[in-house]
Design a protein around this ligand. Structure first.
Ligand code: PGA
Length: 254
């Protein structure tokens, strides 16, 4: 069975004190993860070490960066390399979130470079894709997402793609309170899996976890995660409330 994953994306929120208090509260809240389930915490750069330390010894909990740079090292003031992240024990990085694509002009080609950097350093990418509202309204979401996958991922080998997590996040559902319906989520996740299967074979496609993101809440996580091709969620707003995120973790498929 594919890994079932509840991934938090804290974005640019919380002070260090608030972040530590959030983790303390979560760890004091009953939630459980079996060996096939994971909780991943997408944490702002300055808090990575502190939050990573809080999860040491906590089974199936991992810390993720929210971005990295395309180059290994050098004169790139203000950027963070993949090697820096692995050197502090980080295992995951969110790549290509729609906010980075929109506000920082990250193209599919640039994301391909970031992914290459991650994979050559054993950092697992959580690769985000998803369409804006006008594309959904034009019913072109399938080809839009397929192009995102092709241009950023399809140069990878079978071995490399199996290290992946994909997050489908329709942009019109992010932070809007407007979740994709269970059917819309399932249809797109199935489409993504079919596109992966066409390139890498069904066996490979069936091993890749595809998370849904966009207004996942404690109240709707169970229904969305129950869809056959939805393997958990990438959660923004609701991951900032310990009790809500604990419910979301407990909503993962067993
Ligand atoms: P949201 O954000 O859960 O607040 O909609 C999801 C995301 O952007 O990853």
């Amino acid at each position: 069975m594919r890994k079932q994953i509840a991934a938090a994306n804290w974005k640019m929120n919380l002070t260090l004190q608030q972040a530590e208090a959030l983790v303390d509260e979560l760890l004091a809240t009953p939630f459980s993860l079996n060996e096939n389930q994971q909780a991943v915490f997408g944490v702002p750069f300055p808090y990575l070490i502190a939050i990573h330390n809080k999860f040491i010894g906590k089974n199936n909990c991992y810390v993720s960066a929210q971005n990295c740079y395309t180059k290994k090292s050098g004169a790139y003031t203000g950027e963070t390399s993949v090697e820096m992240l692995t050197s502090i024990g980080i295992t995951y990085v969110i790549i290509g979130h729609s906010e980075r694509r929109e506000f920082f002009n990250e193209s599919n080609a640039m994301l391909a470079e970031k992914i290459n950097c991650c994979l050559s350093n054993n950092l697992k990418p959580i690769f985000c894709c998803g369409e804006p509202l006008q594309i959904r309204e034009a019913e072109s979401q399938n080809s839009f997402v397929e192009t995102q996958l092709k241009e950023s991922l399809f140069h990878l080998t079978v071995e490399q793609i199996t290290n992946f997590i994909i997050a489908y996040e329709p942009i019109w559902a992010i932070g809007t309170g407007k979740t994709a319906s269970n059917e819309q989520a399932q249809q797109m996740h199935k489409h993504i899996r079919t596109v992966l299967a066409n390139n890498y074979g069904l066996d490979v496609a069936n091993t890749i976890s595809i998370l849904y993101g966009g207004s996942v809440k404690a109240t709707n996580a169970g229904d969305i995660f129950a869809q056959p091709d939805v393997d958990g969620g990438l959660v923004g707003g609701a991951s900032l409330v310990a009790a809500d995120f604990a419910v979301i973790i407990n909503s993962l498929k067993k």
